[in-house]
Design a protein around this ligand. Structure first.
Ligand SMILES: Cc1ncc(COP(=O)(O)O)c(C=O)c1O
Length: 373
């Protein structure tokens, strides 16, 4: 059988002439590496998140690795995170020399379950690292209280959640935030990452660390590295940041349209508690054990889907190899039965109608969901 032609993809990057012009201007200025545009991007990003400092780096994975090292977390120390996340969350913990301890997610929000996190704390625990997956912020009141009680650092994996808010506070402003600006994210700089913090000494450490450990050129006071962002990337990021509100509004409208079009279908959505602005990096549904058949049916109708993630990071080979794998019932059930629908700022109502009709046919044919697990 030939591969079906996808007409409605899972995402379409929202970049064009303005981003191209900004990148060209950076190139023509001669400032290609980290320069004035990176500084401006950082200033604007800090303003958005409402924190004192934003530090640009090469990508979100390195943002996380840098934060962990900057907080002084060392080999033997443990960081509590979720199994329902992209590999980078756990990989950055291991790369920084620490040990990830995976806990389950809440069955409604699909984000870190505060009770599970509380139960996993040991004398070795140094930080909580919730993941604001799909664009929804984890329960930061409960997790913040837990971190304060046990004197733990709070690292927010906000890689998918730029612009999301909880009770009026931005993702990345509850602890130290890590953002990704990868090509498919709600805003992009091609590749890129951003760290947000109110901690002056962490800010200073991170700025030196990303530039070979030097505050003054060629005086390397500490062991550093090169995690810098280019001015070309920052130029694109600045343009994108200016469009964030418009992109978020379009995604929220599209999500509400899916909600209405799929009302009554045998599927389960990620639950959004009151007080949250979900920015819908992904619109994800649990369709149940026939997920792979349903994905095929949608593809045959020309509709792209994503599965985030088919194997929980808590079950990945490199985690098993290290004896860190755990069985997490909610996480494992979600991995077997979830799929994400096409979601991007420019998706049209007609495209969404087609997606919803195709999904309805598929779940009728194969049977849908049986959540909660
Ligand atoms: C939840 C999560 N964490 C970390 C990352 C890593 O970001 P990057 O791809 O920019 O390294 C991503 C993005 O892909 C992500 O979605």
């Amino acid at each position: 059988m030939s591969t079906p032609q996808i007409r409605i993809p899972i995402t379409r990057p929202a970049v064009g002439r303005e981003e191209a012009d900004a990148a060209a201007e950076a190139i023509m200025s001669g400032a290609l590496a980290q320069g004035p545009r990176v500084a401006e991007f950082e200033r604007r990003f800090a303003e958005l998140v409402d924190v004192k400092h934003a530090i640009a780096v090469a990508n979100g994975t390195l943002a996380e690795e840098a934060i962990i090292q900057g907080l002084g977390i060392k080999p033997g120390d443990e960081i509590i995170t979720v199994g329902h996340t992209f590999s980078a969350t756990a990989a950055s913990i291991l790369r920084a020399g620490a040990t990830p301890r995976f806990v389950d997610i809440d069955p409604v929000t699909w984000l870190m379950d505060p009770a599970a996190a509380a139960a996993a704390i040991t004398p070795k625990t140094k930080a909580l690292m919730p993941v604001h997956l799909f664009g929804l912020i984890a329960d930061m009141s409960a997790l913040g209280a837990l971190a304060a009680k046990h004197n733990l650092a709070m690292i927010e994996d906000a890689c998918q959640a730029v612009g999301a808010t909880q009770n009026g506070k931005q993702a990345g402003s509850f602890g130290v935030g890590a953002f990704s600006l990868y090509a498919t994210k709600n805003i992009t700089s091609g590749e890129g990452g951003m760290i947000t913090t109110n901690d002056d000494s962490l800010n200073e450490w991170l700025r030196a660390f990303r530039s070979q450990g030097a505050k003054v050129r060629y005086l390397h006071e500490m062991l550093g590295t090169n995690y810098r962002m280019t001015d070309i990337a920052a130029a694109i990021g600045i343009v994108q940041l200016g469009k964030l509100d418009q992109f978020t509004a379009a995604r929220v409208t599209a999500a509400a349209r899916y909600d209405a079009l799929l009302a009554g279908a045998p599927i389960v959505r990620q639950g959004t508690p009151a007080g949250n602005l979900h920015v819908y990096h992904q619109y994800t549904v649990h369709v149940g054990p026939a997920r792979d058949e349903i994905v095929k049916d949608l593809a045959n109708d020309g509709i792209g889907t994503g599965v985030y993630y088919p194997i929980p990071v808590s079950q990945q080979p490199y985690i098993k190899e290290r004896g860190l794998d755990v069985v997490l019932p909610v996480t494992d059930a979600l991995a077997k039965g979830c799929l994400s629908l096409p979601m991007f700022a420019a998706i049209t109502a007609a495209e969404q109608e087609e997606v919803a009709a195709s999904l309805r046919r598929a779940v009728e044919r194969h049977g849908g969901s049986a959540w909660p697990a």
